[in-house]
Design a protein. Structure first.
Length: 121
């Protein structure tokens, strides 16, 4: 029977499609995309993230709470400070691919297709 056959997550009939749509919805916010981009290189505190994305710490905390519920970010507490990091590499890849797709809409030779060592994937 098919019960022993693993379901491919990329198949159109995958049960993960609806969850993927929820992930896209969670990332359909410029501040959250900026937070994911800021966390690509490691963990940061709310205040540091707020400075990087140019939003108030309270606003960043609200976005982080949603990203945490969606399991896109994880936390580590050190005393009274909380540090956030990406839960895995997939959100970073997803956001990078969306940025790359956006570049395609603006130019025929986007920066990520140019062989420049300064462009990080």
């Amino acid at each position: 029977m098919d019960a022993d056959k693993p379901v491919c997550g990329r198949d159109p009939s995958s049960p993960y499609v609806e969850l993927a749509v929820e992930i896209f919805g969670m990332l359909a916010d410029a501040t959250r995309v900026r937070i994911v981009l800021a966390l690509r290189n490691g963990e940061l505190s709310v205040n540091h993230l707020a400075d990087l994305v140019e939003k108030s710490p309270a606003a960043v905390s609200q976005h982080l709470a949603k990203l945490r519920l969606a399991r896109i970010v994880a936390t580590r507490q050190e005393g009274t400070r909380v540090f956030y990091r990406l839960a895995n590499e997939h959100a970073s890849r997803l956001v990078s691919d969306a940025i790359f797709q956006a570049e395609h809409s603006l130019t025929s030779t986007p920066a990520h297709h140019q062989h420049d060592a300064s462009v990080a994937f």
